[in-house]
Write a protein that binds this ligand. Structure first.
Ligand SMILES: [Ca+2]
Ligand SMILES: [Ca+2]
Length: 206
């Protein structure tokens, strides 16, 4: 093999090895860059609201891990988290919630319409226990007619026993494809009406 081919191969292997950043870009996913508001947080550092910012740093690990947000109380009340994506806002049609402990607790997801300053519902369903492993909960919906820089998650911590934790939340103007071992596709809502009425399906690679 001559040296020029070796150089080309080395560059290609380096590019492939550069991993997460390039794949996030190719998936067109943006990560939260600021916490706007929250109902409660467990601590000012560990399990604090800011632990939901940026790319996942807990997933695919599962458990009570301090690099994910959780609420002050595990089974007491409803909670919410409002996250900002102010870096280059775009319309949104897909949201991926990385749930890394006792998943299934998010029951309503909103995006803020900057023209009306109102939260618009893009997903709503009952919270229910989704098992004992981390999951990426992907919500797909018709693309927003406006650029989104704020989202809100509403959660029922009572419905899913134990601590319920969120590692990261990605948003995209494309449909976020399944790219992990476990992906749950939510029903699709249009004008707040269900247009794909089927239960969430777990897809697990062997
Ligand atoms: Ca709970
Ligand atoms: Ca995190």
């Amino acid at each position: 093999m001559n040296s020029r081919i070796l150089v080309v191969l080395s560059v290609l292997m380096f590019a492939v090895g550069c991993g997460d950043d390039s794949s996030d870009q190719s998936r067109n996913i943006r990560w939260a860059d600021i916490v706007i508001a929250y109902s409660t947080q467990y601590d000012s550092v560990e399990w604090a609201a800011y632990q939901a910012l940026g790319a996942p740093d807990t997933y695919p690990n599962y458990g009570d891990i301090e690099t994910a947000w959780t609420s002050e109380y595990q089974d007491l009340q409803r909670e919410f988290l409002e996250l900002g994506y102010y870096d280059n806002p775009e319309p949104v049609r897909s949201i991926a919630i990385f749930e890394t402990y006792n998943p299934g607790f998010v029951d309503t997801v909103y995006v803020k319409n900057p023209l009306t300053s109102l939260w618009e519902v893009v997903y709503q369903d009952s919270a229910k226990d989704a098992g004992d492993s981390s999951r990426i909960f992907i919500i797909n919906f018709p693309i927003s007619s406006f650029k989104v820089s704020e989202i809100r998650l509403a959660m029922d911590m009572v419905a899913v026993p134990g601590w319920n934790e969120i590692d990261a939340v990605g948003i995209s103007s494309d449909i976020i494809p399944p790219y992990t071992d476990t992906t749950f596709w939510a029903p699709i809502l249009k004008n707040n009406e269900l247009i794909l009425d089927k239960p969430m399906i777990g897809r697990k690679k062997k």
